[in-house]
Write a protein that binds this ligand. Structure first.
Ligand SMILES: [Zn+2]
Length: 186
């Protein structure tokens, strides 16, 4: 990227298209210019007087604002770096993962679940006790202070499907590692 590029920046979708190679079959715009340290397309965007990503620029062109906190203007054409604004929708991290068909590894999922469970009312031991008991839903609700639908989902294994050694993040991650290793070995 030259100094001149930074001064001129990208003001309009037409400017953006000039930095891309357009695929005639899919109409996807493949970004060919500068990337930031995370290898994401990055350019000077005069409307906000800052360096922006394609998602930020698309949000600006469609809404006149920067993207809301927690939202992501991601590509929905299965081409992660596609810069065509017509191929971008406002979603969040979760819809972005789905759109890009990113599958998290068991290790990452174990860490995420562990992070959520730090704030959970129930330990894995509690959940195991609920599943092993003959308590009624009402008794479970009263004893653990949870609502009916959550109690029901816990008991059926819809929520907290995988239980690991109670209260132990080390074991949770270890279990995920083991399942990874087993798959590799198999
Ligand atoms: Zn596309």
């Amino acid at each position: 990227m030259t100094r001149k590029t930074r001064q001129d920046g990208i003001r309009t979708p037409a400017d953006l298209k000039l930095r891309c190679v357009v695929d005639p079959d899919t109409a996807c715009w493949h970004w060919k210019a500068a990337r930031d340290v995370n290898n994401r397309p990055s350019f000077w965007f005069p409307p906000i007087k800052a360096v922006a990503s394609i998602g930020v620029a698309c949000a600006w062109w469609k809404t006149g604002k920067r993207p809301e906190k927690g939202s992501a203007w991601h590509a929905v054409c299965n081409t992660p770096d596609c810069a065509n604004p017509a191929h971008r929708r406002c979603g969040d991290r979760s819809t972005q993962m789905l759109a890009l068909k990113i599958v998290r590894s068991p290790l990452v999922r174990a860490r995420q679940a562990q992070g959520k469970r730090l704030h959970s009312k129930l330990t894995d031991a509690d959940v195991a006790a609920i599943r092993g008991s003959t308590m009624t839903l009402q008794q479970i609700m009263d004893r653990y202070g949870i609502c009916r639908s959550y109690a029901c989902q816990l008991r059926r294994g819809v929520k907290r499907a995988t239980l690991v050694a109670p209260q132990s993040s080390v074991f949770a991650i270890g279990a995920a590692m083991n399942s990874l290793n087993l798959k590799v070995a198999a």
